[in-house]
Design a protein around this ligand. Structure first.
Ligand code: CTP
Length: 395
């Protein structure tokens, strides 16, 4: 269970105090919690106590610009392997069943692509009410998981179904849900490159390109979710390292080459980086002055081809995948590149539009005997599709 992470939504109910115990129980089992507390929840437990136990930022407000700058709410909704709502009040389940998203917790539940586990807690009459039962059925048919409630004496003095399950029982349900997720790439080491490289002209200037690293990072995340051990050798980007991914920061193509060779062996190599093909032939440690004659005759020299080197390496991984950024004759160029570089697959994309730096991609998967065009989709979806294809290849 090491490195697993849940996003715990603490709703507004007296059982909220048990969720603080849940954080501790999970920590002992090697599961990290990131916490959202609803407005009602903050009447019962404080962000300070939840944050002290989880060791992470606690999120409470959809409109908190500071929290949003740290991690957008959509990103937050996908930042864990499982979302756990405990206590799940009648109100939060009613909203989730209807798709209402009017605060951080409900927005998260609507935006997530992860499984959700509810631990209901409420008065027995509220729990047995046909409206609540309808909502629970709806959530179950939408794929949600449930633990509890238990029967017993309630804080309100009544007796019956509605007590939140005990922290140990919720933790058991969490472990069961986490291990149920298919991990077809577990035991596989994926070595990847992503982002641009920067090639210094002098200490203050460099040559680079428009790569944002988004596609590479999304792919690293998707592969990690399928159980792979991922090493991501990355040029400078503004992106957060996906959970569980080992990140190696480099700047130049030569540094990237060295980091890749240092991280071999691997089962899969994927070159997503937009490596600068050339670098200035010389770059001193003094800033070039206009009075020195400027850089008008800047001489360039070719960088190592990382993908090609890996393909011919004595530790060549069994599956080597390159990306091909093309602006015209995409498939033909990709097929030629596949042969030239000696890799197994090429993922070609047309970068004539806003692909570089944008959020969408249209990929064509080229193998020696097949060409498979995919529709335009988000980079996250494209990453999941490709990760699935890789998993199928090894199955
Ligand atoms: N690549 C690499 N090292 C380089 C250049 C490219 O590892 N020095 C990898 C990229 O990460 C990508 C693939 O090679 O997986 C193709 O990159 P691309 O820029 O499309 O191809 P080039 O080899 O640069 O060919 P050209 O610019 O002529 O299209």
């Amino acid at each position: 269970m090491a490195q697993k992470r849940i996003l715990l939504i603490i709703g507004g109910g007296i059982a909220a105090y048990k969720s603080l115990f849940l954080i501790r129980v999970l920590a002992r089992r090697g599961i990290k919690s990131r916490v959202i507390i609803t407005k009602g929840g903050t009447q019962f437990v404080t962000p300070l106590s939840a944050g002290s136990l989880s060791g992470d930022t606690v999120y409470t407000d959809l409109w908190d610009l500071t929290a949003e700058a740290e991690m957008g709410h959509i990103e937050l909704s996908r930042s864990a392997d499982l979302i756990v709502v405990a206590p799940a009040t009648a109100d939060i389940m009613a909203k989730a069943a209807q798709g209402i998203a009017n605060d951080l917790a409900t927005t998260t539940l609507l935006a997530t692509d992860k499984p959700v586990l509810y631990a209901p807690a409420m008065n027995v009459r509220m729990y047995e009410h046909p409206a609540t039962q309808r909502n629970i059925s709806q959530l179950k048919s939408d794929g949600a998981l449930f633990v509890g409630p238990d029967a017993g004496e309630m804080a309100c003095g009544e007796f019956g179904d509605g007590r939140m399950a005990e922290p140990e029982a919720i933790a058991d349900a969490i472990e069961a849900a986490l291990s149920a997720a298919p991990r077809p790439l577990s035991g596989k080491h994926v070595l990847m490159t992503a982002g641009p490289t920067r090639e210094p002209i002098d200490p203050v200037r460099y040559l680079s390109n428009h790569s944002s690293g988004k596609q590479g990072y999304a792919l690293a995340e998707a592969l990690e979710e399928l159980g792979a051990k991922v090493t991501l050798v990355t040029g400078p980007t503004a992106l957060i390292t996906p959970d569980g991914v080992t990140r190696v920061d480099i700047e130049t193509a030569r540094e990237m080459m060295a980091a890749v060779e240092g991280a071999l062996p691997a089962d899969i190599f994927i070159g997503v980086a937009a490596v600068a093909d050339w670098r200035p032939a010389s770059s001193g440690d003094r800033k070039i002055k206009k009075s020195d004659g400027g850089v008008g005759d800047l001489k360039l020299t070719e960088n190592p081809d990382i993908l090609k080197t890996v393909c011919g390496h004595k530790k060549r991984p069994p599956l080597v995948i390159g990306f091909a950024a093309e602006t015209n004759d995409v498939t033909a160029h990709a097929q030629a590149k596949l042969k030239r570089k000696g890799c197994d697959w090429i993922v070609a994309n047309d970068v004539s539009g806003d692909v570089m730096g944008g959020d969408h991609n249209t990929m064509i998967l080229v193998t020696p005997d097949d060409t498979h065009a995919m529709p335009k989709m988000s980079k996250a979806d494209a990453a999941r599709k490709l990760a699935q294809k890789i998993a199928e290849h090894f199955s």
